[in-house]
Unconditional design. Structure first.
Lengths: 264, 250
């Protein structure tokens, strides 16, 4: 199978009080084409930071100290900002946990989606609006025409996450990074969004890096799971291996907690 | 029966403009009735906005109900503020950041005259041991603790007045999975040891299944179904309960 993304020995430090504090400590993993890789772990284990490192959208006090991140062959870490801008959003897109705080409250949904399309695809406003409408129906928003003129605060959390997803998929990315996209949503909405993600993955053919602390979601959607703990990947394997024969102490601890209260 | 909630409704008016003209009515709770037996744990589940927390606040008289009645058994609960306590979801904003842990824990002891003054230190240490914290935390401030530790402090504070009834409003939702499992064990142990009655509010069905004896399912301010664990989880009747279970199982 072809590697779409290959991260080798990534190390990220935080600059705190004039000292370097390691937060990602030698993380390596790869994502194959058409694969769903789940990065699971507790809060503060370095999941999100690993994902943000991929296109270097890190907080300003974070420094990548070593490692390589190869995306279809080319190393993202040696690219300059201009080359990265072309990759971000077009080849690698993100969706995050709290859609309402990533959408701009003073612009309509239509403005925000067309901005992405016009920036990356050199289209004029009219065709961008048409495209935006199509995208909204793609993510199963019922009245795309009306929603285009709505502001984020007029929509529910689940609707906003669909809008966010539509924006992320606007340029048909090859890799979608979903960072806890359903954590802020109710369980019934969560199930809908997960199903939508998997459906779109099939029809549009992107690979998915899914970050979650929720092991039942990991079990539901993953092809492979990496368990992170304190800035390291402590265990990697198929769903069966992680759930039925966990090797690392921390994985076992997580699975035990999951068996007890995460499972219905 | 330790608590009986009779036909509680809570309406919030939406005000508009400078003169606060009434622009609408939100029915946060609409005719909610149920009862809780002594030493039982009642789980209240529902999605966000279904009225769970509003209900908890009305039971403990933090906000008034629009209509209806909350009745605690008078022979069991004499002083509402002492005998009924609440633990909130977010331990980050339910502890006073300017108070040391020793002050946080001794305040309810002083207010309710639980122990004579010279014994207060001893009693706070006892409370810490109950929730599994070391005595060296006493001089520290809330900011120095993790979420799980803070929630333990909140529980210790709730236990200080020797309550008989504790409302746990999403007490573990903001914690990591492993810590959640530990906290559930702690709630269980405390319940046995101190003979407590719980209301456990949660949106997580798996957690409720683990800790509750009976379950109340809420949707849009109404009770759609109530029953014991087996009834709710293995033969749900209401379509909303089924949808919740399906979503959690799929």
């Amino acid at each position: 199978m072809e590697n779409l993304l290959e991260i080798k020995n990534l190390k990220v430090d935080f600059f705190v009080n004039k000292k370097l504090v390691p937060v990602i400590d030698g993380v390596s993993f790869c994502i194959n084409k058409d694969e769903v890789l789940v990065l699971a772990g507790e809060s503060g284990s370095g999941k999100t930071l690993s994902a943000l490192s991929i296109t270097k959208i890190l907080p300003h006090n974070a420094i990548i100290t070593s490692g390589s991140i190869k995306f279809s062959g080319s190393d993202l870490l040696v690219m300059d900002e201009k080359q990265l801008v072309d990759i971000r959003g077009r080849e690698i897109a993100y969706i995050f946990q709290e859609p309402t705080s990533y959408l701009n409250p003073v612009f309509t949904i239509g403005d925000q989606i067309t901005e992405v399309i016009m920036l990356h695809q050199n289209k004029n406003k009219e065709s961008a609006i048409e495209e935006a409408k199509e995208l909204l129906s793609l993510v199963k928003i019922k009245e795309p025409k009306r929603v285009l003129f709505d502001y984020p605060h007029q929509l529910s959390g689940g609707m906003n996450q669909r809008v966010f997803l539509a924006m992320a998929l606007a340029c048909r990315p090859r890799l979608l990074i979903a960072d806890e996209p359903t954590t802020a949503l109710d369980v019934t909405i969560e199930a809908q969004i997960l199903q939508l993600l998997l459906e779109l993955k099939k029809t549009m053919g992107f690979s998915l890096l899914f970050i979650t602390h929720n092991l039942s979601i990991a079990k539901r959607i993953a092809n492979r799971i990496c368990i992170m703990h304190k800035g390291k990947i402590v265990e990697e394997g198929s769903v069966e291996k992680i759930f039925d024969a966990p090797e690392h102490f921390h994985t076992r601890e997580l699975i035990n907690a999951y068996e007890k209260i995460g499972k219905l | 029966m330790i608590l009986e909630v009779k036909n509680i409704s809570k309406y919030f008016t939406i005000e508009r403009g400078v003169f606060k003209a009434e622009a609408g009515l939100v029915k946060a709770l609409d005719g909610v009735s149920f009862s809780v037996n002594e030493y039982d744990t009642l789980g209240i589940v529902g999605e966000s906005g279904s009225g769970k927390t509003t209900l908890a606040k009305i039971i403990i008289d933090l906000i008034p109900a629009t209509s209806g009645e909350v009745v605690f058994a008078p022979e069991l609960i004499q002083d509402l503020r002492k005998d009924v306590q609440i633990v909130f979801q977010n331990p980050y904003n339910s502890l006073n950041p300017k108070m040391r842990i020793s002050e946080i824990l001794s305040e309810p002891l002083l207010i309710h005259n639980i122990v004579p003054k010279p014994f207060i230190k001893e009693r706070t240490l006892e409370l810490l041991r109950l929730v599994g914290l070391d005595e060296d935390v006493l001089g520290r401030f809330p900011i120095e603790f993790s979420g799980g530790q803070r929630q333990r402090i909140c529980i210790a504070r709730a236990l200080a007045s020797q309550p008989k009834f504790i409302i746990l409003d999403e007490p573990i939702s903001s914690l990591d999975l492993i810590i959640q499992a530990q906290m559930l064990d702690l709630f269980f142990e405390l319940k046995q040891r101190l003979k407590l009655t719980y209301i456990f509010v949660s949106h997580n069905l798996a957690v409720v299944k683990h800790i509750a004896d009976s379950v109340l399912v809420m949707e849009n301010g109404r009770v759609v179904e109530m029953g014991n664990i087996d009834e709710i989880f293995y033969s749900p009747k209401h379509p909303y309960t089924k949808a919740l279970l399906d979503a959690a199982r799929s």
